[in-house]
Ligand binder design. Structure first.
Ligand SMILES: Nc1nc2c(ncn2[C@H]2C[C@H](O)[C@@H](COP(=O)(O)OP(=O)(O)OP(=O)(O)O)O2)c(=O)[nH]1
Length: 197
């Protein structure tokens, strides 16, 4: 039994590699935008959206590889009832960051493991991030440096990079901000014998 990561996220692959987790990365092969559109049409919460998408990714591959553990993940940035998609343009990234400035938003990271096509474990973790009320000049310079790299990041920042300049306080796990509730996942992988206890 091996561990398959049903993700194309560079951040998730890097976290698992750095933590010494043996895994095989594979694309989940789902139409995430269509699934997200259907789910958000129902007025779903950030928590339930992240959980549902993580389970969808894990289930799809688990049906192909029933003998393995398949990890699916999803991350949602939200402020109140507003859910932020990954910015499709520099202008959209600027609009999102201006909406988050001076506010405390949530990063919700969900992970689901499937085996034999069925969920056997899940964990959802939330980090709270207080973003400072930065100047327009700062925002322009930040996006000059970080666009388009942050186009693939929920929230429009890389916390391990210049994104740190956006924040005055973060409550919660650094790993959760990066897109994976890593420590609870490692606990489960030890229970299943994938990692040494
Ligand atoms: N390097 C970095 N990446 C971040 C940060 N915050 C969020 N992200 C990334 C992690 C995920 O790749 C992405 C969240 O989007 P999704 O959960 O939809 O995952 P993504 O589409 O990238 O990959 P996947 O659906 O798992 O194949 O944002 C950060 O602070 N630093």
């Amino acid at each position: 039994m091996g561990l398959i990561l049903a993700s194309q996220s560079a951040s998730r692959r890097a976290m698992l590699e750095a933590a010494g987790v043996p895994f095989t990365p594979m694309a989940a092969g789902i139409d995430e935008e269509a699934a997200k559109a259907a789910l958000t049409a129902e007025g779903i919460s950030a928590r339930n959206l992240a959980d549902a998408l993580a389970e969808l990714k894990a289930t799809k591959l688990s049906r192909r590889f029933p003998q393995d553990l398949v990890l699916g993940c999803d991350q949602v940035a939200s402020l109140g009832a507003r859910i932020f998609d990954k910015a499709g343009s520099r202008e959209e990234a600027a609009e999102q960051l201006r909406a988050l400035a001076g506010e405390t938003h949530s990063q919700t990271s969900a992970a689901v493991i499937c085996e034999g096509g069925q969920p056997v474990w899940r964990h959802i973790d939330v980090a709270k991030l207080a973003m400072r009320d930065f100047s327009g000049d700062f925002l322009d310079a930040y996006l000059d440096e970080e666009w388009p790299a942050v186009g693939g990041c929920a929230g429009g920042y890389r916390i391990e990079g210049p994104g740190a300049q956006l924040f005055t306080r973060i409550d919660g796990s650094h790993f959760t901000v990066l897109g994976l509730p890593l420590l609870p996942l490692l606990d489960y992988l030890r229970v299943r014998g994938v990692m040494r206890a």
